[in-house]
Design a protein around this ligand. Sequence first.
Ligand code: URA
Length: 241
Amino acid sequence: MERLQKIIAQRGYTSRRKAEQLIVDGKVKVDGKIITELGSKVAKNAEIVIEGKKIELVNKVYYVLYKPEGFISTTDDEHDRNTVVDLVPNDVRVFPVGRLDYDTSGVLILTNDGEFMNMVTSPNSNIEKEYQVKMTGFLRKEESTRVCRGLKIDHYVTKKAKINQVTYHKQSETTTANIIITEGKYHQVKKMFEAVGHEVVKLKRVRFGTVTLDGLSKGDYRLLKPHEKKHLYEDYKKANS
Ligand code: URA
């Protein structure tokens, strides 16, 4: 027996958090009965129907996509824009692990493994994400130090970050730099540089844990390698043990 939300996530239907909401909303039927209680435990092979659709166990898949700009990180978009799932095979339903903005490019993992997704997107996952940033103006040392120490944006203080490869471009009056963060709040990198007076004009995620864009062209995908998946789990375990 396992918790119902865990089984739904294991079967790749959605994340555990979203499964909880579906349960509370009375949309989940187990062996013919609607279950709304969150702690409910059910048999691993129970028949689960969500909004009239039977949820079967499917093989887990993990894609690494080189997301181009101009794609939205959701499974469907109300404004009919291109979505990242259009760029990977559609024989199994996958979800992006976290988000990259519409105008951001770079490493994005997609999977149907809800448990994996929860682990990787957890606020305590401690997985490093490295971004190549182009910003307006010249990033001064004091500003870089403030960003690295952590600063207040919206209602939270960012965790420690690292900045390297700072290059000034005199003609265009811009700076390029790499920043490494371990969080993934909404528009986080853009807001961090905005907080010290620089607008981000180009953003690319070049690394997610040990996963890089090596060998991929923009818009292409490959399978996540087993050792890459293992490293992501290890980063999480290290931070949560
Ligand atoms: N930070 C941002 O501001 N945007 C992204 O897409 C990713 C991180």
